[in-house]
Every structure is written in C-alpha cells, then in structure tokens.
Design a protein around this ligand. Structure first.
Ligand SMILES: Cc1cc2nc3c(=O)[nH]c(=O)nc-3n(C[C@H](O)[C@H](O)[C@H](O)COP(=O)(O)O)c2cc1C
Length: 179
C-alpha cells in the first residue's frame, strides 16, 4: 500500500507562539538522502517535532520548516554541504502542533568508500539563548527582504550585515553560540 510522503505543504497552517526547549544534554539527530528526504532520526526528534515515526520516515526535511526562517539560510546550507563542507546555523523549526523549537544545527554530507555523497546528516543541540535573541531580529529583516525582493535582497542584506560587523557567516555563528 502506498503512503503519503509528507513535506512542507503538509505542515500546520496555523502557527502558534508556543516554544519547546531542548534539554542541555539532548541531541536531535537525523539523516537524509541526497534530496533531503529523511532516512533516519532519533527519538529526541520525534519528541520535539511531534510527528510520528511513520510520518517522518521518507518525509522531506522541509516538513519542519518554520515561516520565520529566511530562505537564504537554507541556500547557504545546501551550497556548503553539496560542496562537502559543514554548515552550522540557528534554525527555528515548526512542530506538528504549530509551535516551534530553536536548535543550533550542524549539517554535513555522508560519503561512500569512493568518496561519493550518499546523503546528509544533522546533529542539533540546545542553542545559546543570547544567540536566539540576536538572530531573531536579523531573521525577521531577512524574511522581510525576501518578501519584497526575493533571495537576492536577503543575500545582499546578509552580506552587508556581515561586512558592517567585519565578520563572516561562520565566525558570527560560532561567536553567537559561545555567548
Ligand atoms: C540533513 C538535513 C537536515 C535538515 N534539517 C532541517 C530542519 O531541521 N529544518 C528545516 O527547516 N530544514 C532542514 N533541512 C533543509 C530542508 O531540506 C530544506 O532545504 C529547507 O527546509 C527549505 O525548504 P524549501 O527549500 O522547500 O523551502 C535539512 C536538510 C538536510 C540535508
């Protein structure tokens, strides 16, 4: 029997202002194929996103995409991981009940013995609260820029922000998590 593959189209349409928090020692782990379809996850992921094991397996990872997340963050992520580099970032994720949880995410590629990319995996932990307070207004500006001028506008805004602060994306993220 075929079953429905979930994606962001199936995410809740009603967003609620209800945050859930990761514990200090929790890790959310998941793996995807090369297109971002989920192939593995741990129990902490189920506990945080509230989807069942059956719903998550095979779903696209954009199922947990929160509308407050700027698209430029994921563009940067895919650019890095497809180029065999690592992505670190603060991600606000949407739960099945319309609430959300913030993570400090690490995403990178998995390889076969010949060095071909066979998928991706991610490990996420509790983010620094000060970092979330700092990125929330920045993400708001980036989402706004995207609404009016598309990803070109948010990319420009992000580059200007990094230039003004004399930093790079990687340095900024590392510094924020240490706050
Ligand atoms: C290993 C891995 C983990 C991911 N985890 C998340 C996640 O937790 N939340 C999220 O919104 N996107 C995550 N993504 C990115 C999504 O696949 C997708 O690019 C993003 O949600 C933007 O969706 P869209 O391109 O359909 O707008 C992950 C991607 C990979 C490869």
């Amino acid at each position: 029997m075929s079953r429905k593959i979930l994606s962001k189209k199936d995410a809740p349409k009603t967003i609620i202002d209800d945050e859930k928090f990761l514990n200090e020692n929790d890790f959310i782990v998941s793996k995807t194929d090369t297109k971002g379809f989920i192939t593995y996850f741990n129990k902490t992921f189920i506990d945080m996103c509230l989807y069942s094991q059956d719903e998550l397996l095979g779903a696209n990872h954009n199922l947990t995409r929160h509308p407050d997340m700027p698209k430029i963050a994921f563009k940067l992520c895919w650019q890095l991981i497809q180029n065999r580099q690592e992505f670190f970032g603060f991600v606000k994720n949407l739960r099945k009940d319309g609430g959300y949880y913030w993570v400090f995410a690490y995403i990178t590629a998995s390889f076969d013995t010949s060095g071909n990319i066979i998928g991706y995996y991610s490990v996420r932990r509790k983010p620094s609260r000060k970092a979330i307070e700092a990125v929330t207004p920045l993400y708001k500006d980036l989402v706004n820029a995207e609404r009016h001028g598309g990803m070109e506008a948010s990319e420009r805004l992000l580059m200007d922000f990094l230039d003004k602060n004399d930093t790079t994306y990687e340095k900024l993220v590392t510094a924020l998590q240490e706050m």
